[in-house]
Design a protein around this ligand. Structure first.
Ligand code: T1G
Length: 676
């Protein structure tokens, strides 16, 4: 098999070029090619300097993640990097695209680095539950110092070439379209310069204040993850140990993470997110419908948030409400959100004006006639939706996609009132719609394939992670939320408290538990509003006006800053309601809470897969991580069940509490096969 790496002589400069699509990942063949090229350059007396660059869209974007967990092949990255670092002839890294992970480490092992303005450099291994395992934690601090290195390795966001040049990570920013020529010219300039600068020869001053400040600033987002602390420890080691000892320390820390469940979970998610974008029976080359203008019906929380996604992507939106006051309120909230983001420096100062300038508020549904995509975010009621879709059928132009943002309702039933069910699709955004990354794309029986392909591509454009769901009550996420809520409420009736149940979930890694979530969303959501009808604990709370955070009281009590404290009154209401139902009160263990609220979610996920309402188990994982904050380091409900708990234990736990176990779950537990 021909090597993906070729060598080209430009007089006294040897250019080593990797051409390994899609991202020049440093797989075995690339490493062997690099080793061969550097070795040739070192041994050829006519060569005075070397340049390493890549064809295609990017410089090496990292180690080849698909090789992880498999027996090593070819030259190791360490071997290649050591050979480069100790070369007596200077090597120049010529960087474009995304020099990430091992790619950045290859650049750090070069003696000089040049980059085009659009390039970025980074060490995102922490996002995979790892750390830069080829010297990145030891070389980077030697160039940029402890403080900047902490951000780059323990948060893992890349920096642009201009910033890299400012901190000394790049020696020269060259022409966007003349990378190779400029790199060769640079190589000639430095070919005879002695001594050859080796990053490993530098030292870096300890900076304990920076370390403490970093831990304080990012403590919350690092909660539960192993990798950030290991990355911090390696950066500190770089400032305390000689290079070789630091490398040894880095290796030990890397292997600990690589063999742990967290990294496997985070690597699973990396591929799961990309897999979710693929629809098994839709050709990725399906021609897309042009989406140049979007219509949104409803300017409430959802409608406003949905609109912001498109406005921020530069797509004009016509937003419709029934009353001027609601329209003004909704557009006012959108403007306020943009201005708040600009004030925090999250978006450019002129972004709010630009975004709002693309918005056309109107009271007339007919103004949507020129939209390519119309999304309704009106009251969650089937009759209301049907009446609206009947009108839209007559108003929308031919070929327009008409989407419903329903969270639960039957998309086929809605589509059936139109003459164009093939143009109807569900686009279920998660609140706050301009923040949450998940978009459930609900595929109706008749939804056309080009409609699906168009919506999936549009999702990427508005920075959403889209997952295709089939039509069923609650689709994927909310359908799995349902058994969790049912069991959580039953556990209250049997003796558990809201704080005990929530604590189990928060300690598991969820951002909040079922009752904290109810108080945030509103205890009155879906309530029948009849205070005399008390058929559940929720009814009892709602009847007393304990509607959650917005009322300062729900399952918890809240101060003016919405800080929660356990509520004696809520506990009284729970006790009173339980007494009426003559249910004995008993001690509930945390393990029982896990089994009844989390194992049942896995069971529902297996049913969803059996019924074909999700394409793959990894899609279910993506939904729960992106839509509900399932801890990334546990890989999603299905990954967690199979890899951390074990399906046998899941089945036993479900059977112990009398649940009917999904057939596919039972079979997978018996055969050891993976849930598909
Ligand atoms: N290894 C293998 N495949 C990869 C890959 C990688 N590092 N990066 C991307 N791919 C595949 C991806 O699965 C997809 O495949 C295709 O390339 C396009 O990716 C020793 C241990 C580079 C910013 O973490 O961030 O180095 O779906 O859809 O949106 O210290 O890919 O087409 O079949 O994301 O243009 C560290 C991970 C690794 C970078 C491009 N590196 N990649 O984004 O395309 S660990 C990373 C990305 C490491 C060393 C350590 C992005 C990208 P398919 P894509 P994109």
């Amino acid at each position: 098999m021909t090597s993906p790496v070729r060598f080209e002589r430009h007089d006294d400069v040897l250019v080593i070029i990797s051409d390994s699509p899609p991202v020049n990942a440093l797989g075995a063949a690339v490493r062997d090619g690099l080793k061969e090229g550097v070795s040739q350059g070192i041994n050829d007396p006519a060569v005075k300097a070397m340049v390493i660059r890549c064809d295609g869209k990017t410089f090496f974007a990292g180690a080849d993640i698909t090789e992880f967990g498999k027996p090593p092949k070819g030259a190791s990255l360490h071997e290649v990097i050591d050979m480069m670092d100790s070369s007596e002839k200077p090597i120049v890294a010529a960087i474009h695209g995304t020099a990430l992970g091992g790619g950045c480490e290859v650049a750090l092992a070069c003696h000089y680095r040049v980059a085009v303005p659009s390039a970025v450099m980074g060490l995102p291994e922490v996002k995979l539950g790892l750390l830069p395992g080829a010297g990145g934690t030891q070389r980077l601090p030697r160039i940029v110092g402890v403080k900047a290195a902490l951000e780059m390795v323990a948060i893992g966001d890349p920096i642009p070439a201009k910033k890299a040049a400012e901190v000394g990570l790049v020696d020269r920013v060259v022409g966007e379209d003349s990378l190779e020529a400029d790199a060769i010219a640079f190589a000639r300039e430095i070919a005879d310069k002695k001594p050859i600068p080796r990053v490993r020869d530098k030292t870096v001053a300890p900076d304990p204040e920076a370390v403490e400040e970093f831990k304080k600033k990012h403590g919350r987002r690092m909660r539960g993850f192993d990798a950030p602390a290991a990355n911090i420890a390696c950066v500190v080691a770089a400032s305390e140990l000689p290079f070789d000892e630091g490398m040894k320390f880095e290796r030990e820390q890397f292997m600990k993470l690589m063999t742990g469940t967290q990294s496997a979970a985070q690597r699973h998610l990396f591929f799961a997110e990309r897999q979710a974008a693929k629809i098994d029976d839709v050709d990725p080359k399906t021609p897309l419908r042009p989406i140049n203008k979007v219509g949104v019906i409803g300017a409430g929380t959802m409608g406003g948030g949905i609109s912001m996604n498109f406005l921020s992507a530069g797509i004009p939106v016509t937003i419709v409400e029934m009353q001027q006051e609601a329209l003004d309120r909704g557009t006012g909230v959108m403007r306020k959100n943009y201005e708040a983001s600009a004030a925090k420096g999250r978006i450019k100062p002129d972004a709010p004006e630009k975004a709002m300038g693309l918005l056309t508020p109107t009271l007339k549904l007919e103004d949507l006639a020129d939209c390519d995509l119309i999304i309704e975010a009106v009251y969650e009621n089937m009759d209301v939706k049907k009446e609206l879709f009947t009108k839209l059928d007559a108003i929308a132009k031919p070929g327009a996609i008409i989407a419903t943002n329903t969270s639960y309702l039957n998309v086929d039933e809605i589509a059936a009132v139109t003459k164009r069910p093939e143009d109807v699709v569900g686009m279920h955004f998660f609140s706050p719609a301009n923040v949450m990354r998940l978009l459930e794309v609900v595929r109706g029986e008749k939804t056309a394939k080009d409609v699906l392909a168009t919506v999936m591509a549009l999702a990427k454009k508005i920075k959403k992670v889209a997952v295709v769901a089939g039509v069923c009550h609650g689709f994927i996420g909310n359908r799995m939320l349902s058994p969790r809520q049912i069991e959580a409420n039953k556990l209250l009736m049997e003796g558990a408290t809201p704080q005990q149940i929530d604590k189990v979930h928060v300690e598991f890694g969820m951002p909040m538990g079922p009752f904290q979530m109810a108080d945030l969303a509103g205890v009155d959501i879906g309530w029948h509003r009849d205070p005399s009808r008390i058929e559940s604990i929720r009814d009892a709370l709602a009847a007393e006006g304990r509607w959650g955070q917005k009322k300062g009281a729900g399952y918890y009590d809240y101060d003016e800053k919405r800080n929660a404290t356990p509520s004696p009154r809520a506990l009284e209401i729970i006790e009173e309601f339980r007494a009426k139902s003559n249910l004995p009160k008993r001690e509930i263990t945390d393990q029982e809470i896990v089994e009844r609220t989390l194992y049942t979610m896995v069971n529902e996920g297996a049913l969803i897969l059996e019924e074909g309402k999700a394409q793959r188990a990894s899609d279910v994982d993506v939904v729960w991580i992106m839509g509900y904050g399932w801890p990334v380091y546990r890989g999603g409900p299905m990954f967690w069940a199979q890899n951390e708990v074990g399906l046998k234990k899941i089945v036993e736990g479900l059977e112990k509490h009398g649940f009917k176990v999904a057939e596919s779950l039972k079979t997978a537990a018996e055969t050891g096969a993976a849930l598909k």
